[in-house]
Write a new protein. Structure first.
Length: 249
């Protein structure tokens, strides 16, 4: 059972005043810029040059072992299609809600029935020492990696914001409780020093679908990004129903 289930009511009440700007850990912000509206980004596919650039970037697994980003979607055992989901900091309650909803619908059984073998990978921007915590909180069955430098986020066009935006269908809890649980989780990691290492609270993510193309012939990099969505606010992940339809095509 998740440790967040027993959040004291006083913590929920304390968080309600801050529920319009959910983020942790706190960092210096440009209030006018960080909390207003949607950021200026789009869903244009990254170029082949960008994909070549990020292929060698390093991500870390839960054991702090290094992997090239390319290994996630084009490694020896990689599926022909890989959906890579970039999340916010590891204490972000909204992204945790997203992965709970995702895990309820896009299950291993769902993936097994797709016409094309497909994998799902999660990438965060915090210390890999928090990956096990994140997996436990979300019940996520998919591999989780970390890009603590956020260089992948930047190169793939994901930006920064603290604006909430409209409430999506995947958010099933009230924001006061989400914020309280986020803070409560962080407080548990104060003794270990990880409380402030969950990742940049401003960084937002997105979703990218990598697909191989055998028609390109041997000796070539057969993988390209065929679909993507970049978040414009902290609650702007693609709805789970959209991803399910995308993968079923």
């Amino acid at each position: 059972m998740s440790d967040t289930a027993a959040v004291p009511e006083s913590k929920v009440q304390e968080a309600s005043a801050a529920s319009d700007r959910e983020s942790f850990p706190p960092a210096p912000t440009d209030i006018a810029g960080d909390f207003q509206g949607e950021v200026n980004t789009d869903d244009q596919l990254p170029s082949a040059e960008t994909l070549d650039q990020v292929a060698s970037y390093t991500v870390l697994d839960r054991e702090h072992k290094e992997h090239s980003f390319r290994d996630l979607y084009a490694g020896v055992d990689a599926a022909p299609r890989t959906l890579v989901i970039f999340v916010r900091h590891f204490f972000c309650g909204s992204c945790q809600e997203y992965l709970r909803s995702l895990s309820d619908t896009i299950t291993p059984d769902f993936l097994a029935q797709l016409p094309t073998r497909t994998a799902v990978v999660i990438v965060g921007c915090g210390d890999p020492g928090l990956i096990d915590h994140y997996a436990a909180e979300t019940g996520c069955p998919f591999p989780i990696y970390s890009d603590p430098t956020a260089q992948l986020y930047e190169a793939l066009g994901m930006v920064s914001s603290l604006a909430l935006g409209p409430r999506p269908a995947y958010i099933r809890k009230g924001m006061a409780r989400i914020v309280a649980e986020s803070v409560w989780q962080a407080l548990k990691y104060v003794p270990s020093g990880l409380a402030t290492k969950a990742g940049d609270s401003r960084q937002i993510g997105g979703e990218f679908l990598f697909e191989s193309d055998p028609s390109q012939g041997e000796g070539k990099d057969l993988t390209s990004i065929t679909w993507c969505h970049r978040m414009k606010t902290t609650r702007d992940h693609s709805e789970v129903s959209v991803l399910a339809s995308l993968l079923q095509r």
